[in-house]
Design a protein around this ligand. Structure first.
Ligand SMILES: NC(=O)C1=CN([C@@H]2O[C@H](COP(=O)(O)OP(=O)(O)OC[C@H]3O[C@@H](n4cnc5c(N)ncnc54)[C@H](O)[C@@H]3O)[C@@H](O)[C@H]2O)[C@@H](O)CC1
Ligand SMILES: Nc1ncnc2c1ncn2[C@@H]1O[C@H](COP(=O)(O)OP(=O)(O)O)[C@@H](O)[C@H]1O
Length: 283
């Protein structure tokens, strides 16, 4: 494992791309979203909102929370079709995945497009053919490690996250006050751009949407060059998403407290994403 780098605004800026005159909605990337459930419809709304507000050509929502998603974001497309990356698992309970949903997720993970795998889909990432980046919090990390035949992580978060990435063959974004991102080859970053005000329900679902949009955009650019992303490419993209999400949390908290940090909701974080993207782009 390499020495962890501390991810900065300048690093994030290098992985965020403003549209140009030559772009159209497809060249900017389409993220296919399989999130939410009857139990957790809000997670789908949050992820879709976040993907749009990060900057993306199209969000294609194919999950079970179509009604609340469309009520909040009517620009979302719900017809099946071409995508450049998948976002899956937020707002899903692994123990209660309907078989048809599990089949759809497995089919995506058996493909070649990059996938952001969160919450209820994490264990399906084990053995995936697709390049994956998983986004567990501490407890989910231990559940994933168990599925990989590893012991609970313990105190050494960086080493444990890398061990998970190596065993999975995918990138790992381990959430917490400090976010760790690491890839199978050993590239590792620390991201602490956020605020403890982010410790509120649904902010992880927002992060999934940010990362889905960043990965779909990068895959669209790779495809234009006749290339495709691999698991190691997903590390810097995940660190960038964590930086943007953290900065959006800070912006939202300062806005909530009228200049002093104050309490925020996950939707507040999603609404602050354009300012966070713009803040990175100034570097
Ligand atoms: N509005 C919504 O629809 C929301 C849906 N959510 C979804 O709810 C599902 C379950 O989420 P959770 O895993 O948080 O489950 P729970 O909130 O049911 O928590 C289960 C257990 O996980 C542990 N845990 C939760 N968050 C942790 C953290 N950050 N670090 C360490 N341990 C933690 C706690 O011990 C907790 O008792 C996921 O699919 C998630 O995407 C949540 O994101 C909250 C908001
Ligand atoms: N104390 C904290 N300081 C900074 N960021 C935090 C803190 N606690 C949680 N976060 C961030 O908030 C998000 C919480 O995600 P997650 O645990 O998946 O919540 P949820 O499941 O409710 O969406 C992550 O991005 C995490 O890094």
């Amino acid at each position: 494992m390499g020495e962890p780098v501390t991810w900065t605004a300048t690093d994030a800026a290098a992985h965020l791309h403003a549209p140009t005159a030559g772009d159209d909605k497809y060249s900017r990337g389409v993220v296919g979203v399989q999130t939410g459930s009857a139990q957790y419809p809000g997670a789908a709304v949050l992820g879709v909102e976040a993907a749009w507000r990060t900057g993306i050509g199209m969000v294609r929502y194919l999950g079970a929370a179509r009604e609340p998603v469309m009520a909040r974001r009517p620009e979302t497309v719900t017809a099946d079709g071409r995508v450049q990356a998948w976002l899956m698992g937020s707002g899903m309970d692994a123990a209660a995945l309907p078989p048809a949903v599990a089949d759809d997720l497995r089919a995506a993970l058996a493909g070649t497009l990059p996938a952001v795998v969160d919450a209820g889909a994490l264990e399906l990432a084990v053995g995936a053919a697709a390049p994956v980046v998983v986004t567990p919090h501490a407890r989910e990390h231990d559940v994933l490690r168990k599925a990989l035949g590893l012991e609970p992580a313990g105190a050494g978060r960086v080493a444990a996250a890398h061990e998970t990435a190596a065993a999975l063959g995918g990138a790992v974004l381990l959430k917490g006050a400090e976010t760790i991102v690491t890839t199978p080859s050993g590239w590792t970053a620390r991201v602490d751009a956020g605020t403890p005000w982010l410790a509120t329900a649904g902010t992880g679902d927002v992060l999934g949407g940010v990362l889905g949009a960043v990965v779909a955009g990068a895959q669209a650019r790779a495809e234009a060059e006749g290339e495709t992303l691999g698991a190691d490419d997903l590390g810097p993209l995940a660190a960038t998403a964590a930086w943007v999400h953290g900065r959006a949390g800070v912006i939202a908290a300062l806005r909530a407290g009228a200049g002093m940090p104050g309490p925020i909701t996950a939707l507040d974080v999603a609404l602050a994403l354009p300012e966070a993207v713009a803040a990175a782009s100034r570097h």
